[in-house]
Structures are given as C-alpha cells and as structure tokens.
Design a protein around this ligand. Structure first.
Ligand SMILES: [Zn+2]
Length: 141
C-alpha cells in the first residue's frame, strides 16, 4: 500500500477525470439517457440506471457549499499546509453536484458560504511519491 495520500489516477473509473485535470479541465460524467451529472463516477446512472455515461468538460465554476478549517495536521505530509480550508463546492451546472476539495489562493478567513469559486489545477506530490494534477478551488477573482 502506498504511503501517498494521492488518488490513483490510472483507475479506469476515474481516469478521464485526472486526464482532464492534467489539461486544466474539470470533467464530470453526464448520463446520456436522462442528462443528470453523475458524481462520484460510477458505472450506472443513479437516477435512471442507464449505463450510457459520457464525460463532459464543465465551466470549473461553482460556489462554496460548506467548509471547515484545518489548524492541526493529523497526518505529517499536511503539516506544512495548515491552516487550510477543506469543504464542498456546488458546481455551477448543477448545485446538487458537490465536489470535495481544498480551497487555495486564499486564507480560510476569506471564505464564505455561497462564495463564487473557480477550479485551479495544481500538481500535488508528497515526498518522492507520484505527482497527480488535481482540481482545487480558489475564490473567483
Ligand atoms: Zn440517467
């Protein structure tokens, strides 16, 4: 088992998400049968059970749905990041679709519920482990 806290970007079910992130695109699957965005990625649509999902590139914009401020790292690789805010972003295309994220390019005190944010794409690496580009969210300038 890897000591890296990063996701495995080669898993088939999520690979298009990470391939999009590497190109600075926020990609989420949408059901071709009923049109809903499906998050987290899974083989079948939770609304209509169709298995026809297609990856779509979204705007990358959303709003802060919730957040919490981490002031003490419970895991050593995060020790140099505190304080930071983690939380949920409601996507512009569907506010019921919420991504777990870390907020960046701001101090936690600058965040507020419903604040507009945008995806920014940053390579993450811990120690000499692998690097993965992930979407994080920053206040909309
Ligand atoms: Zn569907």
């Amino acid at each position: 088992m890897s000591a890296s806290p990063l996701p495995d970007p080669t898993l088939e079910i999520t690979r298009p998400f990470f391939e999009g992130a590497a190109r600075r695109e926020l990609r989420i699957p949408r059901c071709r049968a009923c049109g809903v965005l499906v998050w987290y990625p899974r083989p079948r649509c939770p609304a209509c059970d169709a298995d026809a999902l297609a990856w779509n590139t979204l705007s990358g914009r959303g709003t802060v749905f919730s957040f919490a401020v981490v002031r003490r790292a419970l895991w050593k690789p995060f020790a140099d990041r505190v304080p930071y805010a983690t939380g949920l972003v409601a996507l512009e295309e569907d506010r019921d679709v919420r991504l777990v994220t870390t907020f960046v390019h701001c101090s936690p005190e600058e965040l507020a519920i419903d604040q507009p944010v945008r995806a920014v794409f940053e390579p993450l690496r811990f120690g000499d482990g692998p690097e993965v580009v992930v979407p994080l969210f920053a206040p909309l300038a």
